[in-house]
Design a protein around this ligand. Sequence first.
Ligand SMILES: Cc1ncc(COP(=O)(O)O)c(C=O)c1O
Length: 465
Amino acid sequence: MNGDYLFKQVYDYVLHRIELNEWNENEKLPSIRNLASEMKVHRLTVLKAYQLLRQENRVYVKDKSGYYVQSREINKLESLVNPIVSAYVQKNHLSEIHQVPVSYQFSQALIDPNLLPNRFISDYVKKVFDLYPKVLSTYSTVQGDHELRQTLSDYFNQHYKTITHPDHLLITSGSQQAIHLIAQAFVKSRDTILLERPSYSSAIDIFRAQGANIVTVDIHPYGYDLEQIEFIMKKHKPRLFYLNPTFHNPTGYTVPLVQRKQLVQLAQHYRCLLIEDDAYYDIFFDQEPPPPMYTYDTSGMVIYIKSFCKYVSPGLRIAVMMNGQSSVVKSLLAVKSLADNGSPLLNQKIFLHYFSSSRLQQHVEKLRIALQIRKEIMEEELSVTDWQWTSPNGGLNLWVLLPSRLSTEDLLVKSLEQSISFVPGQICDPLKEPSSWLRLSYSYANEKQISDGLRKFINLVRSTQ
Ligand SMILES: Cc1ncc(COP(=O)(O)O)c(C=O)c1O
């Protein structure tokens, strides 16, 4: 049965009983475990319903003791319309976890806003209005601001010695939109596509929603088994292979140079589009990673997506897609025009001026150090355990294996109750098999939150084993 529907049922059931006064003010609600077993639903479903009732001030939490019915006086003062029910009515598993407010945020692969260049960007906001007084009175072109596309293609050509033309670029509202547009343009129901296992969970959700038949290849700290990929390309003829080869989300692994070149050759040979999602390239710690696969592509088989949301500004929602075949770009433009007629011009201009300034480089250099420190603090805390992970050389996450047979889906419920969030491995698995892997992001919480939260979390896992 649909998870959103179940969640709504639990929510309605509890609210109804409160309204009928079957559960009185300040009375304790059934525990999450009991209500889940009574209603035959997952404990996470009950937790979500309780969290929503809490946000609406219908229930409150007493530390470690559980959920209680809120008094009517308080409730009257703050009677709210329900602002987030609609946000749950979507099939994005990751966003469901992010809806739950917590003190120790290890589930969001986002950078702490205190580490982002907020003040400098706001300087550029003023500058952009002076330079382009009519910026809000006009649409951008569907393909994106020409000045921005020219600047980005120049940057690429200088940095990687490519010959990219501004016409090969399409500006999108984040890389999430880029993946969505690609799915709409190139994947029909029952088309076979290839995904890494594990993979970025929202990409899995997007391709699944498009009705794709998903085949997977494992990603390892050393990359892929290319023979397996060749076998799959020969046998299943996938339309595309969506991959995140640099500081991969969720594992942090990076595919080595030699495999990048070979994979491009395979894609050219078997006519399989490679969708190279490169959200984390610039967040490296010691050494710049190998160049993107896109830079080795001579026949337009790689659609390259680079997002600037992670390390410049998630709020500006700027990403760029690149491909050398005009027919591919044309198909993408058609779906982009249906989606939104172009990303907001104001955001593009603000980003352009920041990107062209020397401040970006200074910011990224400092950011790399700050994130490396946070990663090391997290690893230091984890070093007292026998959990396993491969230390990444960049990116935002640790991909951690807990002792066997511990389901991280079940653990998440207990962990959220203690105000700690993480991403269970199953969400990142295109095959959705139960798993003892989990993703811990070290980029959002500050140093103290990482230490305190990890200690609590390690104790929780130990008490669960
Ligand atoms: C691999 C990957 N791709 C795409 C995205 C979406 O990022 P945005 O839409 O903010 O650019 C994320 C965000 O976590 C990601 O990890």
